[in-house]
Design a protein around this ligand. Structure first.
Ligand code: G3H
Ligand code: 13P
Ligand code: ZN
Ligand code: NA
Length: 308
């Protein structure tokens, strides 16, 4: 069924694992993710960005997710990723989403609180849960470029005040991750002291890690080998994600790894089988690559297998 993340976060918190939140843009991506979740008997969050709504047209995505719900017996959350204003959050609540993110992380503290509170009031009145964000990730956040010098870790005391005053259900924090395929120039580093502190100050409260793709080198190499160009791409080591899940982190966001898995496999197919022009052949391979990647993620990194 389509569910909110309330119960799955509670169980994940107690079991010290995390639920994967995967960005969806088309049928093959949805089927790959849901197929993996089924094999692993894991709940899953399918998240839709403003860009995804624009690309696919909101109704197509909603109907595809409905199909996934009907086709499986999995608890699935339909979540808005990085809602930038009240209107888009309202539209998604009205549209049947079970969870929305209001991203006021670029706003001054008081304005972020006011905006988040407004979304919480609307969503909670309709049985929908809300994620907010405090602190600023470096990188690209839905068309807004945050330069590295403007990035800021989440302040633990502010996090407590923010959660108390907004009544939000989960909070995305900035501890050194960033969106996209180029997360670290040198050694990957996350600020686990801040994560530990926030977890201590907000016991039993679900935290969210954005920008959490691992950028598997296997996909980077395949992409580069078959005519692509993503030199130096680097993500969050899997070990760090496992560690984050031991703290308050209950939701781990992944988009880039889906893009890389699909692109690498399609590039390879094009080069190896230039005579093929049936989209089902190469999109099918892309779907399979996504399923394998997500299955590995759920089983070996997030730890949410067999938790239904
Ligand atoms: O945080 C951004 C996600 O990767 C979604 O990206 O806005 O290009 O759909 P998008
Ligand atoms: P990645 O770019 O690391 O996959 O992060 C995705 C994300 O945070 C979506 O909100
Ligand atoms: Zn994000
Ligand atoms: Na956790």
């Amino acid at each position: 069924p389509l569910v909110t993340s309330k119960e799955m976060f509670q169980k994940a918190y107690e079991g010290k694992y995390a639920i994967g939140a995967f960005n969806v843009n088309n049928m093959e991506i949805i089927q790959g993710i849901v197929g993996a979740a089924q094999l692993e008997k894991s709940p899953v969050i399918l998240q839709v960005s403003a860009g995804a709504r624009k690309y696919a047209n909101p109704i197509y995505l909603r109907k595809l997710v409905e199909a996934a719900v009907e086709d499986t017996d999995l608890p699935i959350v339909l979540h808005l990723d990085h809602g930038e204003n009240f209107e888009i959050c309202k539209a998604c609540v009205d549209d049947g989403f079970t969870s929305v993110m209001i991203d006021g992380s670029h706003l001054p503290f008081e304005e972020n609180i006011a905006l988040t509170k407004k979304v919480v009031d609307y969503a909670h009145g309709r049985g929908v849960v809300v994620e907010a964000e405090l602190g600023r990730l470096a990188g690209i956040e839905d068309a807004v470029r945050v330069e590295e010098k403007d990035a800021a870790f989440t302040d633990p005391d502010q996090a407590v005040e923010f959660v108390e005053r907004t009544g939000v259900d989960s909070l995305a924090i900035a501890i050194g991750t960033s969106h996209g395929a180029f997360k670290f120039k040198g050694e990957p580093r996350l600020n686990f002291e801040i994560l530990e502190k926030i977890t201590e100050l907000l016991p039993n409260f679900p935290l969210v890690l954005h920008g959490a793709s691992s950028v598997p080198q296997e996909f980077v190499e395949l992409t580069n080998q078959y005519g692509g160009k993503v030199p130096g791409a680097q993500g969050v080591p899997e070990e760090m994600l496992r560690k984050a899940a031991k703290f308050g982190v209950c939701k781990i966001n992944i988009d880039t790894d889906l893009r890389l898995a699909m692109t690498a496999s399609i590039r390879k197919a094009f080069v190896e089988s230039p005579e093929v022009f049936d989209p089902r052949k190469y999109l099918g391979l892309g779907r399979e690559a996504i399923q394998n990647m997500v299955q590995h993620k759920i089983r070996d990194v997030l730890g949410s297998s067999n938790t239904l």
